[in-house]
Design a protein around this ligand. Sequence first.
Ligand code: NAP
Length: 308
Amino acid sequence: MKAVVITEYGPPEVLQIKNIEKPTPKADEVLIKVHATTAHAGDSRIRRSSPFIVVRLLFGFLKPKKNLIPGIELSGIIEEVGSKVTHFKKGDEVFGLTGLRLGAYAEYCCIREKVKDGTQERKGIIKKIPNNLTLDESSVVASGALTALKNLQKGKVQKGTSILINGGSGSLGTYAIQLAKYYGAEVTAVCSGKNEALVRSIGADHVIDYTQEDFTQTGKKYDVVYDAVMKSTRFKCKKILKPKGIYLNNYWLSSIKQSDMETIHALIEKNELKPIIDRTYTIDNVVEAHKYLDTERKKGNVIIQIHK
Ligand SMILES: NC(=O)c1ccc[n+]([C@@H]2O[C@H](COP(=O)([O-])OP(=O)(O)OC[C@H]3O[C@@H](n4cnc5c(N)ncnc54)[C@H](OP(=O)(O)O)[C@@H]3O)[C@@H](O)[C@H]2O)c1
């Protein structure tokens, strides 16, 4: 099968298309014909080896493990099911996370079927796609929406909560704004002026243009500050938190569960949550996709189509 392989740690050019063996599903796995994956900040981190130690311990110390295929999230069609798989059948259209095994930048990928609720995302987690999304749109949902949801749960965001979301125009930011609005919060989004219309269109009540104003110097205080883009620090944000305010970034989240997938899925089908899509590339243009990703300017999400 055709797959993108990280041959060494470094710039986008280290992503090379190779022909490698198609995987075979184990008894509790499904084989997915991958429709699309994403140019995801996590894939860029693995490719660049950042943070150095964590990436090298997980994915190969001196150089990436043999045939290391990136790809954290995907959508696709189930082509084969293992003998013990009960929840999915051939032909099901699914979306989800590949877990620490990665592997979505390939024509085929195996993921374990979920059996019961628990800590699943390390081994991957999938669900049938929402009935109001295409396979392309579904590919960009799992990571951003689930990470934003876990953060808002941690921040106990509810009706009346005032929340500031730094990086409101990114993948996490666009999901976080919509989820916070759904839970009844008053949302201040931080983004550059060119993205103000986008964040307002998905629900932001207030917008701070970080190119004009430092959001930690406005004198306003919030119940929750979520640094979705991870460009600030707990120390800087402390002064804009109310006395019992909560600071969030993307570290130390509890594990993603199947019930979180159900929540996201239901909100999408109720039209309370939608993926924001910036650009679409094909697997043959994966280097270009990562060059764009590395600009850190994407609005929402970037799709990489594997099978059109
Ligand atoms: N996406 C995920 O599912 C996920 C999951 C876990 C952890 N993370 C981590 O979370 C961080 C954010 O991920 P992401 O995927 O949301 O990022 P992203 O989509 O790549 O972020 C791009 C956006 O960030 C904005 N931005 C850049 N610099 C900014 C700044 N100084 N202040 C405010 N906004 C700024 C850009 O807007 P402008 O062009 O207007 O600057 C752009 O719209 C990354 O470190 C990633 O590794 C991501």
